[in-house]
Write a protein that binds this ligand. Structure first.
Ligand code: ZN
Length: 267
């Protein structure tokens, strides 16, 4: 039996670019079909009906017609525009980063409904004004977990020893510092740290916060006391690991860093 000519997906618009004289090529991340590229025809003409619905990061219901090279978007209904993203430059920049991450991580037509739900929840959080940095860490570690390359976070990725000691009453006792090596696949004990080329020293809190994010989600991690140093270590450790695993530079992180470093405007 041949595939039906038309189909409908729930999708988030990850990115778009000009294509031909009046068209745009849209990258959709759909719940049903994974990431897909589709052409929106004529949307750069004045008064094009589809154009208004094809906003970045909007959650839409899209109808597509199968084409020879690319499928064609024939109808779009906006389900959630996430207006809050458009009013806040930092939230918009993080949404752009999440879109870049998903785009870089996924092959076309690879079905990942868990990641679709993760993205929609993360965009809703940003649009609602949730503080973005731990949300970004949650997206990052959930992404590597779903893709099957969660870093080693309980035992040294080099020698296998437990990263926390067992203290009185069986409670784990953490050293202040650990190592991390993307190439080795995760955290390192302090003995191995000097012997692994390219390893970085990290606050042990990076591993503890990661465990809380994975087990209990972003709301639980927000309850933890996090120093600026620990937030920076988390950000750099995850970014290095993602860039190593995805074999790409994540360009939108540079803009996020510039935003974070900009002194708050005086009123
Ligand atoms: Zn070790």
């Amino acid at each position: 039996m041949s595939e039906p000519h038309d189909y409908t997906v729930q999708a988030v618009i990850l990115r778009s670019r000009d294509y031909g004289e009046t068209n745009r090529m849209i990258t959709l991340f759909s719940r049903e079909e994974g990431k897909l590229l589709a052409v929106a025809k004529g949307v750069r003409k004045p008064r094009a009906k589809l154009a208004a619905a094809l906003q970045h990061f909007a959650r839409v219901e899209a109808q597509l017609a199968r084409g020879r090279r690319f499928d064609v978007i024939t109808q779009v209904r906006v389900r959630e525009a996430f207006y809050g993203l458009r009013a806040n430059m930092e939230a918009f920049a993080y949404a752009n980063y999440f879109a870049e991450l998903l785009d870089a991580s996924l092959a076309e037509r690879q079905q990942k409904p868990t990641l679709y739900d993760l993205l929609v929840d993360a965009l809703a959080g940003l649009a609602a004004g949730d503080p973005p940095d731990l949300l970004a860490r949650y997206v990052e570690i959930s992404l590597v977990s779903v893709l099957g390359y969660l870093p080693q976070l309980t035992h040294c990725a080099h020698c296998g020893v437990g990263l926390a000691f067992i203290g009185e009453g069986g409670r784990p006792v953490w050293p202040q510092w650990l190592g991390f090596s993307a190439a080795q696949g995760g955290a390192l004990c302090t003995d191995c740290l000097p012997h692994v080329p390219g390893a970085r020293r990290i606050a042990a809190g990076v591993v503890q916060v990661s465990q809380v994010l994975l087990a209990h989600g972003v709301a639980a991690a927000r309850e933890l006391p996090l120093s600026d140093r620990l937030r920076r270590d988390l950000e750099h450790t995850y970014r290095d690991y993602l860039e190593y695993r995805l074999e790409t530079r994540l360009h939108s992180t540079r803009f996020l860093r510039e935003l974070a470093d900009k002194p708050a405007a005086a009123d």
